[in-house]
Design a protein around this ligand. Structure first.
Ligand code: UD1
Length: 419
């Protein structure tokens, strides 16, 4: 078993380069299944979710060449099976994108129910509703999803809930469908725009991604033959911005799109931090105890649920009592029990948590319950006095590239230790 051992407190200082977005990359890789040919993808984050995605694609018949640790060339001319490997698809949530992509390419797929972070109920009814509206038969039996269609036909689809995954999955399924699909009440996250840009680069005709109505005119074929670079990770960037505030440091983030960081920037300013937007880089610093603030997580452009735990660390150290209302996931406050072990005073009740700010956190052994909770504990350990040991690193490694190396370069005293 591995753990991260952090000796704090350290104000993080210096420059950090943001990696490619996990949530875009885990959708772009299955999207390559729609291409009858080859493409090159750059700026892939070097994380375990990407490695597993590549293994799944290889199992389906794709040929992958690694050009560097952040770039692959992938040949999807030959898809040899419509059965996805259960042991791999159960490891992460985004494996469900195989369904939309394979329905589009082969008209058939059998895949296990997706795994991923345990954040409460994670239904996929909107994905299924979308596939069925396009003409597919979908059944869920004994932990497996079977989807089949003769030829998908474009149709208007209204999403009952704003869902990132359902929006992308229906977009994937409709790219090669006959006729036009419109997705109403679509999610608007930056990675949805990125997946649409990737597909358009490869020959698709998708308009309106980034707004709440997306129109997809079906095309005969995606030609491939191009190179695409994944958008910078908005959540990794937000994690470092909040780490700068929590540790009272001074960080400059390179390779980020500051437009994607507006809700986080607004909240950092509200708690008394400073943000300087330099176009493709952003500087965040804070020299005093943060003020209290109230947060409600919302779909983009609202405050992202995936930064809620990291913001929770800042608010646990704030002057006064803050309230976080988590409106997306029902069990996203598991990290608060770990922060309380470090001296925080947080009371979580259902989807609301009250943060009575303390002056200091103290090191303790803590356990990541999910990916973003794990990142929050690393931030807390860097801000806290004494030794923090963070366990369950497999969650963090799914989504953060070399987290300890990036923190160490900014001054943190952090080591990965095998027990
Ligand atoms: C994606 C992100 C995840 C982030 C979440 C919300 C990826 C791989 N993961 O997850 O990190 O926390 O967006 O920003 O991109 N819902 C339904 N029925 C459905 C689909 C969703 O009821 O068919 C509900 C969910 O239970 C949740 C809400 O809709 O309450 C939003 O979920 P969704 O946007 O789909 O999240 P994911 O795509 O799974």
């Amino acid at each position: 078993m591995e753990k991260l051992v952090i000796k704090g407190p350290t104000p993080l200082k210096g420059e950090v380069t943001i990696s490619g977005a996990k949530n875009a990359a885990v959708a772009i890789l299955p999207a390559t299944l729609l291409i009858d040919g080859t493409c090159t993808i750059e700026n892939l984050p070097n994380i375990s979710d990407i490695k597993i995605s590549c293994e799944i694609l290889e199992h389906l018949g794709a040929k992958i060449t690694w050009n560097s640790e952040h770039s692959i060339t992938i040949d999807t001319s030959n898809i040899t099976t419509t059965k996805a490997p259960l042991d791999l698809t159960s490891k992460f949530r985004a494996s469900y994108y195989i369904i939309g992509a394979m329905l589009g390419r082969k008209g058939e797929i059998e895949v296990g129910m997706p795994g991923g972070c345990k954040l409460g109920a994670r239904p996929i009814d909107q994905h299924i509703k979308g596939f069925e509206t396009l003409g597919a038969n979908v059944s869920v039996e004994k932990g497996k999803i079977y989807a089949k269609a003769k030829k998908l036909k474009g149709a208007p689809i209204y999403m009952d809930i704003v869902s990132v995954g359902a929006t992308i999955n229906v977009m994937l399924a409709s790219v090669l469908a006959k006729g036009t699909t419109t997705i109403d009440n679509a999610a608007k996250e930056p990675h949805i725009v990125d997946v649409a840009n990737f597909l358009n680069t490869m020959g698709a005709d998708i308009r309106g991604a980034g707004t709440d109505v997306i129109k997809i005119n079906g095309v005969e074929k995606l030609h491939g033959g191009s190179t695409y670079s994944v958008v910078p990770d908005q959540i990794e960037a937000g994690t470092f911005m909040l780490a700068a505030v929590a540790t009272r440091g001074d960080l400059t983030l390179k390779n980020c799109i500051t437009k994607h960081l507006e809700s986080i920037t607004a909240k950092i300013i509200e708690v008394g931090g400073n943000v300087e937007d330099n176009g493709d880089s952003i500087r965040v610093w804070c020299s005093k105890r943060p003020n209290k603030a109230n947060i409600k997580t919302l779909p983009y452009p609202g405050f992202p649920t995936d930064l809620q735990p990291q913001m929770g660390v800042v608010l646990s150290l704030a002057n006064g009592t803050s309230v976080i209302n988590e409106s997306i996931w029902e069990s996203r406050f598991q990290y608060t029990e770990e922060l309380n072990k470090m001296g925080a005073r947080i009371t979580a009740q259902g989807k609301t948590a009250f943060f009575e700010g303390v002056k200091k956190l103290y090191g303790a052994p803590v356990y990541s319950s999910d990916l973003r909770a794990g990142a929050a504990l690393v931030v807390a350990g860097t801000a806290a006095e004494g030794i923090t040991e963070v366990y369950n690193l497999e969650h963090i490694d799914r989504g953060y590239e070399n987290i300890e190396e990036k923190f160490r370069k900014l001054g943190a005293k952090i080591e990965r230790v095998k027990e």
